[in-house]
Design a protein. Structure first.
Length: 197
């Protein structure tokens, strides 16, 4: 990659990160390109050299996050592990992303409905597919006798909502460490699934 291309790519990365922060704090609808340019520290006209519109920014954030989660799920699905271990791997990854990639993950979860078509429909299909594939791992565990008999789609919703609750951990003044948070959440969620011996 040439020096100019690298510089442009790093500037675009900065724009996306600052946009994610702004969208999380104000919401997508209440954020403007002018506000974003000010946050990044460039003229509004210069911003358009890197990005065409606010919607393009949201699209880039949402699909970047979706791709990261889909790649991890695909990796876990192909592993020869117990269903419980697969679910733990997925949940740990979700918790890590909520800790390390917080702004983009929250914006993706909250603001995807503002995507233009056909991106909104595409993104919604990916969300549904992800949850179905996650539920299939739970259903496999039920069949193998590793997981208690529960409704798998409900379990997926409960677990994903629990992980999204980490947002309040970010705001907490007296919070436990990230590793302890992750271990506590995994223990609680996995123990709720595990079939008694």
């Amino acid at each position: 990659m040439k020096k100019i291309e690298r510089k442009k790519a790093s500037k675009k990365g900065l724009i996306l990160q600052r946009a994610a922060t702004m969208f999380r704090e104000r919401g997508f609808a209440a954020s403007s390109m002018r506000d974003l340019a000010e946050t990044v520290g460039i003229e509004a006209a210069s911003l358009y050299n890197h990005i065409r519109s606010k919607n393009e920014i949201l699209e880039a954030i949402c699909f970047e996050v979706a791709n990261v989660f889909n790649e991890k799920l695909q990796e876990v699905e192909s592993n020869r592990q117990s269903s419980i271990n697969k679910i733990e791997s997925i949940l740990r990854f979700h918790v890590e992303q909520m800790i390390d990639n917080y702004e983009k993950v929250i914006v993706t979860d909250r603001e995807w409905r503002h995507l233009d078509e056909p991106y909104r429909t595409n993104f919604q299909s990916q969300r549904r597919s992800y949850r179905k594939r996650f539920a299939a791992i739970i259903e496999e565990g039920i069949m193998k006798g590793e997981i208690r008999r529960i409704d798998a789609p409900t379990a997926v919703l409960v677990m994903l909502h629990a992980v999204n609750g980490i947002e309040s951990w970010h705001r907490s003044q007296a919070k436990i460490g990230a590793e302890e948070l992750s271990n506590n959440m995994i223990r609680i969620l996995i123990d709720g699934l595990r079939k008694a011996a």
